[in-house]
Design a protein around this ligand. Structure first.
Ligand code: DX5
Ligand code: ZN
Length: 215
């Protein structure tokens, strides 16, 4: 059974408390929180202030996905806001190993995200140091995009690398996850499914989360 991490990027921010309540009552395991700076990605979302509010609504794991340049500048702020897992992009870090150590020293779990164009091999040398790989299956920046099929091959490659080395990093797949492709993504080796549009764009988000969980 996969870990289900609905992305609040597709929530209604005018009634955010209702969406948080819905997630708390649902079978969702994690809250996936997408931070965008308008520089690393062509969109701006929200930062530590909003996450601080969201944190107060839930005891579930807050999985914070930073799509920002030089994320080391803000690691402490996201720790204070209540992040449990802090994920940085390999493409956004000059000293990725140092950034991972910083996140762990602050008492959070460390994740590394890779874009669709980034080879799995790019994170081979730090795979043993991290708790999560966020495999982007769309180009980051927006919710509601279509899953890039080439990702299946990368998930399988990463699964093999993790299993062969007995590493404990979880594989999270982020972008374009639907009720139709979720089984194939899990079969390829994913542990965590992020879903924004599929959950919040559905008539009954709680039932959609339950359906994803049941796959
Ligand atoms: C994209 C974000 C995703 C996004 C997923 O840049 O990292 O987490 O919200 O949204 P969907 O599931 O709609 O593709
Ligand atoms: Zn994300």
């Amino acid at each position: 059974m996969a870990i289900i991490a609905p992305s609040l990027l597709s929530a209604n921010f005018l009634t955010l408390n209702d969406d948080c309540k819905m997630l708390n009552e649902s079978e969702a395991d994690w809250f996936h929180l997408d931070v965008m700076d308008g520089q690393f990605v062509p969109n701006i979302s929200f930062g530590p202030m909003i996450i601080d509010f969201i944190r107060k609504t839930t005891t579930k794991t807050c999985d914070v996905h930073l799509m920002i340049t030089s994320p080391e500048r803000y690691a402490e702020a996201f720790k204070k806001a209540g992040a449990d897992i802090l994920t940085v992009h390999a493409e956004a870090c000059t000293h990725l190993h140092r950034n991972i150590q910083q996140i762990k020293a602050l008492g959070m779990k460390a994740g590394v995200a890779i874009n669709p164009h980034t080879a799995v091999d790019a994170i081979k040398e730090i795979l043993g140091d991290i708790d999560l790989v966020c495999m982007m299956s769309v180009n980051p920046g927006f919710g509601g995009q279509s899953f890039i099929p080439h990702t299946y091959k990368k998930i399988a490659q990463l699964r093999q690398l993790i299993d062969e080395n007995k590493f404990s990093a979880k594989i999270e797949v982020d972008g374009g996850v639907t009720l139709e492709n979720a089984k194939a993504i899990i079969d390829a080796g994913a542990d965590v499914l992020v879903a924004g549009n599929t959950v919040f764009g559905s008539k009954d988000p709680k039932a959609t989360i339950a359906a994803l969980k049941a796959i």
